[in-house]
Design a protein around this ligand. Structure first.
Ligand code: MIG
Length: 816
C-alpha cells in the first residue's frame, strides 16, 4: 500500500473480475460490502489542463482549477457525465491552469504553487499536502460506489481520513452545533415547518463544508445535485464521508490555509452576489398576511407615526386572486399600483411572495401559457405533474428548462410595472401538501440533460430564484433586483438572499437562527436572516427585543410571523420594549455605511459578512466550539443574549484588543469575560483600531441627505485599515465605476497618532464633512493638524472623549 497509516482493513477487492451482466453478489469477498472500487491503475493521459488516470474500473479526471483549487471527477468504465453544473459561476471558464507533474513507480504527483496532490497507482486514492508536505487530507476508502444493479440505485461515495483535532463547518442552513464534527447530515430540501435542532434535512442544499485542523484548512464542494449525505466522524470516528444517491462523484478541493480564504475561494467557483439595493439592508416588516389594502396602509402609517424605521413591507400569499401567481385579489387590493406608489412616497418598498405552483384553471393565462408551451413538469409516463398547494391542484414550471425560466422571468412584467420592488420565493423545495414534494419519476430538462426529479430536487429552488431575479432585471428600470428564497443550491448567492424558514418563537430558536445565519454565511450565502421573533407562536416582549438586537447584525433583517398567533409588529409588546426595539432598528440605519461596506466586501471578494469565531481566530481552539459570538464585518463583535431574564452573560473575546461599544472600556482578548446585559443593550465589542462609519438615524434608507458622516475612531497601538465603500445605493452605474472606496488608516507613532485617508473611485458622496469621535484616546490632544492646518482650537469635548469636524477629503490628520 502506498498510503501511510492506512487503516482500511475491512475492504477487500472482489475475488474475480466483476461480471456486470449477471448476478455477482457472491463474487465479493466474505466482508459484507458490495462497494466497488476503482482498482489498479492502467494508464494516464492529459486532456487540456486535466490529467486523466484510468484504472481497471474508474477514470479519475484531476483538474488544477487554480493554484488552490483542485477538481476531482470520477467516471466508471470509461464514462464521464457531461461536465455541466448549476453550482458554478456561468461567467467563468474553469479550464484549469498548468501544473508540474511527476510519475514514480507507485504514484503520480501533481504540484501547484501551494499544493501537492498524490495519486496512488494501486487504488487511485489521493492525498493532498501543502508545499511543506503537511497532509491536508487523504483518502481512507477514497472513491467507491454502489452499483444500482445491486442496490437499486447508484450511490457514489468518497471517504477521507479524519484525525483527532479536525473540525468541520459550513453546509448551508443546518441546525445543531456549529461545529459539524460527530454528525451526519443529509441534503434533500424539505419544507420543515417548525423544524428544530434535531431536524435534518432542512430547506437548503449547499454541499460545501470547511475543514479546520490547527493552522490549516480546506473546503470540499461536492458538486452533485442528487440527494446527498455527509458524515463527519459520526459512524466511524476516523472517517469523513460524503456520498450522493446518483450522478458522478465530482468535487472540488479548496485550499486555505485560512478558513476565510476557503470561503472566498468557494465563491470564485460558485460566484459572487450582486450589490443589493441599499433599502434591502433596511428593516423589513412581514406577516402572513397583511391585507386588505387598508391594513397595509395602516401598517405603514403606524411605522411612521411611531417613528420606527422601516423600508419594506412584504405581502404574503393572500394578496393574490385565489393564490394565482402574478395576479391581485382586486377586492382586497383594488388598485395595487396606486397603493404601492403611495407607500413609495412614504419611503416603503413593496415585496410580494411568489410560489412555484400554478393553479390548474383553464381561464388563467399563466396556466394556459405553461401548458401550451410545455413549460410544466411531466410525470415519467407523460402526463403533466399535479400537486396540491395553496391554490389547490397545480402544475409546476420546470425551472431546469431554460425556456421555462425565460418565460417565468417575463411573468414579472405586470408586478414590476405595478411598482413591486422585490420578490419573495417560497415553497420551492419544492413543497407539495400531501406528498411532501414531487414524485421521483417527474421529468426535468436540466438544461438539455433530461433526468428525473431525483437529480433536480436539490436545485429546483435556486433555479426558481434565478428566473425570478432575471425577471426583475428584465423590467426594473436601472434598479437593482432583490430576491429572497427559502430553498437553494450552492451558488444561490448569485441571484438571491435567503431566510431560514418556519422557525419558532422560543429562546432556543433565537440560538438556532444565529447558528444558521453564521453557517450560511460561511457557505457562500451571506445575505441571510431569520423570521425575527419566530414564525410560529408568539414571543414575549423580552424574546422579541433580544431577537431584534441580534438581527440588527444579520444581513437580512425582517420580522415575519405566521399571523395565527397574534400580531408581531414592533409595537405589539409593552411600551418599554417598543422603545428599545425602536432604538435598535434606528441603530441598524446608523450602521448602514458599515453594513453596506461589509456587503461590498462580500460581493467583491466573497468574504462572509457574518464571521463565526472560527473564521477570525482559527488558531485559537476556543473558537472551534464557540457558537454564539460572531463578527459582522471587520470590526464589530456581537454576542446575542439568548436566555430569558439574563442579567449578565459570558463572552469570549478572541485575540486582540476590544472596546465595549457601550462603555468604551478596553479589554484584552483571548479570554472569557462576564458582561452585564440590561435589556437595552446587547453585548457589542469594537475591534481596537477600527474606524466605524455612522450615518444619522432615518426612518428609511435615503430619507434625507445629510451633511456629516460620523467616524468613530478606536485607538490602537498597531496600524489598522478600515474600509468605507459608497455608491448610489441603487441603480447599476456602480458597475461602470460609480463607486468610491475609502481606506482609513490609523497609525500610532512615537510622536503622534496619524489618520490617513486614501480614496479611490468616481462616486461623490453628498455629505460634506466627517464628524470624528475619538474612543480610547487620552484626554484632549495638545495639537490636532489636518493636512498641515492646525485646528486644535476647534476640538469639542464630549462626555469622556472629544470630537472634531474634518473635511471629507482630508488626507492626513496628526494628533499629538
Ligand atoms: O405553507 O406563504 O415559510 O414564510 O408565510 C406555508 C405562507 C407557506 C411558508 C413560508 C412562510 C409563509 C407561508 N409559507
Amino acid at each position: 500500500m502506498a498510503l501511510e497509516n492506512d487503516t482500511t482493513t475491512e475492504i477487500e477487492k472482489p475475488e474475480k473480475e466483476v461480471d456486470f451482466s449477471g448476478n455477482y453478489i457472491e463474487k465479493f469477498g466474505k466482508q459484507d460490502t458490495r462497494d466497488q472500487f476503482p482498482g489498479a491503475y492502467v494508464n494516464w493521459e492529459k486532456v487540456g489542463n486535466s490529467y486523466i488516470f484510468h484504472s481497471e474500473n474508474t477514470s479519475l479526471e484531476l483538474t488544477v482549477v487554480t493554484e488552490d483549487i483542485l477538481k476531482f471527477r470520477y467516471g466508471n468504465f470509461g464514462y464521464f457525465e457531461d461536465d455541466f453544473s448549476y453550482g458554478l459561476d456561468p461567467d467563468k471558464k474553469f479550464e484549469g491552469v498548468t501544473s508540474k507533474f511527476k510519475e514514480t513507480k507507485d504514484h503520480f504527483k501533481v504540484v501547484t504553487k501551494t499544493l501537492k496532490c498524490y495519486i496512488y497507482k494501486d487504488s487511485l486514492k489521493t492525498k493532498i499536502c501543502d508545499t511543506k508536505d503537511v497532509i491536508l487530507v487523504e483518502d481512507e476508502k477514497g472513491y467507491h460506489w454502489q452499483d444500482e444493479k445491486v442496490f437499486g440505485g447508484n450511490v457514489v461515495i468518497t471517504t477521507k481520513k479524519l484525525k483527532k483535532g479536525e473540525n468541520f463547518f459550513g453546509l448551508g442552513d443546518k441546525t445543531g452545533n456549529l461545529n459539524l464534527l460527530g454528525s451526519r447530515r443529509e441534503l434533500w430540501g424539505t419544507d420543515c415547518y417548525g423544524y428544530g435542532n434535531e431536524t435534518d434535512p432542512v430547506y437548503k442544499n449547499i454541499p460545501f463544508y470547511l475543514n479546520l485542523y490547527k493552522d490549516t484548512s480546506y473546503g470540499i464542494f461536492l458538486d452533485n445535485t442528487f440527494r446527498s449525505f455527509f458524515d463527519f466522524g459520526k459512524e466511524r470516528k476516523s472517517a469523513c464521508s460524503f456520498w450522493a444517491q446518483g450522478g458522478e462523484m465530482r468535487y472540488y478541493f479548496i485550499n486555505g490555509p485560512k478558513l476565510v480564504d476557503v470561503c472566498e475561494k468557494y465563491t470564485y467557483l460558485t460566484g459572487k452576489s450582486q450589490m443589493p439595493p441599499k433599502w434591502a439592508l433596511g428593516y423589513h416588516q412581514s406577516k402572513w398576511s397583511y391585507y386588505p389594502e387598508s391594513t397595509v396602509r395602516n401598517l405603514a402609517k403606524e411605522f411612521r407615526d411611531r417613528k420606527i424605521p422601516c423600508d419594506v413591507i412584504h405581502l404574503d400569499i393572500d394578496y393574490m386572486d385565489g393564490f394565482r401567481c402574478f395576479t391581485w385579489d382586486k377586492k382586497r387590493f383594488p388598485n395595487p399600483k396606486k397603493m404601492i406608489g403611495d407607500l413609495r412616497q412614504q419611503g416603503f418598498k413593496s415585496i410580494v411572495i411568489i410560489d412555484p405552483g400554478i393553479k390548474i384553471d383553464k381561464n388563467y393565462s399563466v396556466y394556459q401559457q405553461g401548458v401550451k408551451n410545455g413549460y410544466f413538469c411531466t410525470r415519467g409516463d407523460g402526463p403533466l405533474l399535479k400537486g396540491s398547494v395553496w391554490p389547490g391542484e397545480c402544475h409546476f414550471p420546470d425551472f431546469t428548462n431554460p425556456k421555462a425560466r425565460e418565460w417565468w422571468a417575463t411573468l414579472y412584467k405586470g408586478l414590476i410595472s405595478d411598482g413591486v420592488a422585490g420578490v419573495w420565493n417560497d415553497m420551492n423545495e419544492p413543497a407539495v401538501f400531501e406528498d411532501g414534494s414531487f414524485p421521483f419519476d417527474a421529468r426535468h430538462d436540466y438544461d438539455g440533460h433530461p433526468c428525473t426529479h431525483r437529480k433536480v430536487h436539490n436545485v429546483y429552488g435556486s433555479l426558481m430564484a434565478q428566473a425570478t431575479c432575471d425577471g426583475q432585471n428584465l423590467y426594473l428600470d436601472n434598479k437593482r433586483a432583490f430576491t429572497i428564497t427559502r430553498s437553494a443550491y450552492a451558488g444561490v448567492q448569485r441571484f438571491a438572499s435567503v431566510w431560514t424558514g418556519d422557525n419558532m418563537a422560543t429562546w432556543e430558536h433565537l440560538k438556532i437562527a444565529n447558528i444558521q445565519c453564521q453557517r450560511l454565511s460561511a457557505s457562500g450565502v451571506s445575505f441571510v436572516g431569520s423570521d425575527v421573533g419566530g414564525f410560529i407562536g408568539s414571543p414575549d416582549g423580552e424574546l422579541y427585543t433580544r431577537w431584534i438586537q441580534m438581527a440588527v447584525f444579520h444581513p437580512f433583517f425582517r420580522t415575519h410571523s405566521s399571523g395565527d398567533h397574534g400580531d408581531k409588529e414592533p409595537w405589539m409588546f409593552e411600551e418599554e420594549y417598543t422603545n428599545i426595539v425602536r432604538k435598535f432598528i434606528e441603530m441598524r440605519y446608523e450602521l448602514m455605511p458599515y453594513i453596506y461596506t461589509t456587503f461590498w466586501q462580500y460581493a467583491t471578494r466573497g468574504t462572509p459578512m457574518i464571521r463565526s469565531l472560527n473564521l477570525i481566530a482559527q488558531d485559537d481552539p476556543e473558537s472551534y466550539f464557540r457558537e454564539e459570538e460572531f463578527m459582522l464585518g471587520d470590526n464589530i463583535l456581537v454576542i446575542p443574549v439568548s436566555e430569558a431574564g439574563a442579567k449578565n452573560r459570558k463572552v469570549y473575546l478572541p485575540e486582540g484588543d476590544w472596546y465595549c461599544y457601550w462603555t468604551d472600556k478596553k479589554y484584552k482578548g483571548k479570554t472569557e469575560i462576564e458582561v452585564e446585559t440590561p435589556l437595552n443593550q446587547i453585548p457589542l465589542f469594537v475591534k481596537a483600531g477600527a474606524v466605524l462609519p455612522f450615518q444619522p438615524k432615518m426612518q428609511y434608507t435615503d430619507e434625507f441627505e445629510f451633511d456629516e458622516l460620523t467616524l468613530h475612531i478606536y485607538a490602537d497601538d498597531d496600524e489598522n485599515t478600515s474600509i468605507l465603500y459608497e455608491d448610489a445605493g441603487d441603480g447599476l452605474e456602480y458597475k461602470d465605476g460609480e463607486q468610491s472606496v475609502k481606506k482609513i488608516i490609523t497609525i500610532k507613532s512615537l510622536s503622534a497618532y496619524i489618520i490617513r485617508q486614501k480614496m479611490q473611485g468616481n462616486f461623490e458622496s453628498v455629505y460634506k464633512k466627517y464628524r470624528t469621535v475619538f474612543h480610547g484616546f487620552d484626554s484632549k490632544p495638545k495639537m490636532l493638524m489636518v493636512d498641515g492646518n492646525d485646528i486644535t482650537n476647534q476640538i469639542e469635548l464630549l462626555d469622556n472623549t472629544y470630537t472634531i469636524s474634518l473635511p471629507k477629503n482630508f488626507k492626513e490628520v496628526l494628533i499629538s
